[in-house]
Design a protein around this ligand. Structure first.
Ligand SMILES: Nc1nc2c(c(=O)[nH]1)N[C@H]1C(S)=C(S)[C@@H](COP(=O)(O)O)O[C@H]1N2
Ligand SMILES: [Mo]
Length: 384
């Protein structure tokens, strides 16, 4: 566990470190407040993934048994190629509308102040297809804050947009033009300057795995996966909004909105995460059944669970593992589970009172694209 080795170095005392290590491993790798027992697999299993190169290592919900998702089980998405980058020759170029262009090596980035965040990354397409239900994971990301670097570079007065380029490339057709483009996503300067944003080089105490962006990726806590640009190559400040494939054509939500009785077809770029939850598994110990799940995407106040068409029942949130941008694990004892087939649905409620929408809520039902699929998730289970 590399994380522990680091603590050991910092504390300098082996005995202290051993205690800290025990503590850290228990904290990071278990659901202390969750009932154990045999997992009953869901009847509705994801269908065969038609794109195993693009979508790798999806979360298997029944296997969820730790707050932190181990690196070897973390999902990975790639739209273009999966670049192999040599850290010795890699550098990050920061240019565009800035006063002092910068070129940072991995050593430069690592020598800057270190910051960590536990952040649950979800692909906005997760639950948008029957084969894509595990595009989510929770990791402790470490890197250096982006904002001081942009400050050092000195953004010009007319700079309003910050574009993040990946090393990966694709050929993208639009009308009669074919472009060879790098993966690119942008943020407004104000959003990019958020002190939570990291140039990240470590995931759960290890170097970023190649699948997750080695050597450096952007981590934008509170945003959907797409904003967290992997295999970073360059950062460019511009004076107009940026309309790349992944800002303005893909990852665009098309939704019919009701504006005082008139239908407005809105097209919006996917950005900040939305409130969501999902049942993870049903466990059985003797005659006791429990439902365990997760909730994320917004500050969560509570989670409620509905079995079949029954009442919404409050679940208990596990407060032993918490972080502002991380999923919350919840559980509910399932009293008098009767033999036969049942449905289990969860809904998260945010601290501002917003409720995760039902699948027939116009927010979901009148959405014509699969991104931002934060509707309530219903699973089916057979009790014997
Ligand atoms: N350079 C680059 N960054 C990328 C992507 C990509 O294809 N290329 N995929 C994005 C998408 S759609 C998601 S959901 C997240 C997934 O992060 P992960 O692969 O580490 O799980 O990375 C994002 N960053
Ligand atoms: Mo994604």
């Amino acid at each position: 566990m590399p994380h522990l080795q680091r603590r050991e170095l910092i504390q300098g005392s082996a005995a202290l470190a051993a205690i800290a290590a025990l503590h850290a491993s228990r904290r990071a790798y278990a659901f202390p407040a969750q009932p154990s027992g045999k997992v009953i697999p869901w009847l509705d299993q994801p269908t065969k993934n038609p794109d195993p190169a693009g979508i790798q290592s999806q979360l298997v919900w029944e296997d969820l048994d730790s707050w932190i998702t181990p690196n070897d089980k973390f999902f990975s998405i790639s739209h273009f190629d999966r670049p192999t980058i040599d850290e010795k020759t890699w550098s990050l170029e920061i240019g565009g509308l800035i006063k002092k262009p910068l070129k940072l090596t991995l050593a430069d980035i690592k020598s800057r102040p270190r910051q960590e965040v536990v952040f649950t990354v979800e692909c906005s397409g997760n639950h948008g297809f029957p084969f894509f239900t595990g595009g989510i994971g929770n990791a402790r990301w470490a890197g250096t804050p982006l904002a001081p670097i942009l400050e050092e570079a000195g953004v010009s007065a007319n700079g309003i947009e910050v574009v993040f380029f990946g090393t990966d490339k694709g050929e993208i057709p639009i009308r009669d033009v074919k472009m060879k483009q790098n993966f690119a996503r942008s943020m407004s300067l104000a959003d990019a300057m958020n002190p939570d944003n990291l140039l990240c080089y470590e995931m759960n105490g290890a170097a970023l795995p190649p699948a997750n962006g080695f050597p450096v990726r952007l981590i934008v806590p509170g945003w959907y996966g797409i904003a967290n640009v992997k295999w970073l190559k360059g950062i460019e400040v511009r004076d107009t909004r940026f309309m790349s494939l992944l800002m303005a054509r893909d990852y665009v939500t098309i939704r019919e909105e009701d504006h005082n009785g008139e239908t407005v077809w809105a097209e919006t770029s996917v950005g900040r995460a939305r409130i969501k939850s999902a049942p993870a598994k049903v466990t059985q110990k003797d005659s006791e059944y429990s439902i365990i799940g997760a909730a994320w995407g917004a500050p969560i106040d509570r989670v409620e669970v509905q079995i079949d068409q029954g009442p919404w029942t409050p679940a208990t949130i596990d407060h032993s593992e918490e972080a502002e941008h991380a999923w919350k694990i919840w559980s509910l004892g399932w009293q008098n589970a009767s033999p036969g087939e049942h449905t289990v649905t969860s809904r998260a409620i945010g601290i501002t009172g917003e409720i995760q929408p039902a699948m027939d809520d116009p927010l979901i039902a009148k959405k014509h694209t699969y991104w931002e699929s934060n509707g309530q998730v219903t699973r089916r289970v057979n009790i014997v």
